[in-house]
Write a protein that binds this ligand. Structure first.
Ligand code: ATP
Length: 253
């Protein structure tokens, strides 16, 4: 079998040189798959994703042990901008749109500096509008006036403009109504199927994530404790109850 697109091998992460956030976290994301990273509040999901995109330094965090390879190269050797150029884009938790810019201007902020041809830019925008027709309708509206769901689509669209092979998303369901969450996941799933973009999605909402993912890894107190096919995890009521709580069992049923 070919090497995974993303390989996280036994990483340890500390903040401020001392606080241990992750210990012995491992997972693989294969090319073209949807991989869910599950766990409760504070389990270490965001820290893992920031390590993948080499964004920990801004938070005074550091990978102290293990290693992370994207397409066979150590991510630690590349800046976050270089990783985007190599095909690894991230949608951070909380969406982070520029409220006083229009939807289209926000999308253009994701345009990598090394892409210069206007025709390529137009094509990239059209592709995003084809996936998210709502963004096309709202393209001249101020992002700050968009709903939470529209802002989440915008954040995803902005990350897609660089044509990533792997899109990393931190809690895309956060603060959104169930119907909007289902729409967002359905669109992500279509993106995966039709364009072959691999997704690593951190979620507290395990019911919805396991419905769309191919495989999943569960984090608990900074450790990866379980990994496997999403379908198997979905069907195991004991695992659901143990790791995700009774509420999620009911939702997933
Ligand atoms: P959430 O869903 O709440 O974002 P999470 O699973 O993403 O949770 P992390 O945010 O990665 O978890 O947090 C993992 C651990 O690292 C927690 O103990 C948290 O308090 C700690 N931590 C996170 N960010 C920092 C930081 N900037 N400085 C110090 N400790 C941090």
């Amino acid at each position: 079998m070919s090497a995974p697109l993303l390989q996280i091998a036994s990483i340890e992460v500390r903040y401020q040189g001392a606080l241990l956030a992750l210990q012995d976290v491992s997972l693989d994301v294969r090319a073209g798959e949807i991989h869910a990273l599950l766990g409760a509040n504070g389990a270490g999901k965001s820290t893992t994703l920031k390590a993948v995109s080499n964004l920990l330094a801004a938070q005074r965090g550091q990978v102290r042990g293990g290693r992370i390879l994207f397409a066979g190269r150590e991510v630690a050797r590349s800046s976050p901008a270089d990783l985007v150029r190599q095909g690894l884009a991230q949608v951070l938790e909380g969406r982070h749109c520029f409220p006083s810019l229009s939807v289209e201007e926000n999308l253009l902020t994701g345009w990598p500096a090394h892409f210069t041809r206007r025709a390529v830019l137009r094509e990239a925008l059209e592709r995003i509008y084809a996936f998210f027709p709502l963004l096309h309708q709202r393209r001249r509206s101020l992002a700050g006036l968009c709903s939470g769901g529209e802002q989440q689509m915008l954040a995803i669209g902005r990350a897609l403009i660089s044509r990533p092979r792997l899109l990393v998303l931190d809690e895309p369901s956060m603060g959104l109504a169930p119907k909007v969450v289902a729409d967002i996941f359905a669109q992500l799933s279509r993106l995966n199927r039709e364009e072959g973009v691999a997704l690593l999605v951190a979620e507290q909402n395990s019911a919805v994530a396991l419905q769309y993912a191919h495989r999943a890894t569960v984090l608990e107190h900074g450790h990866s404790v379980l990994s496997g096919e999403a379908r198997a995890l979905r069907e195991r009521a004991d695992i659901q109850a143990f790791y995700f709580g009774e509420g999620n069992v009911a939702q997933a049923a």
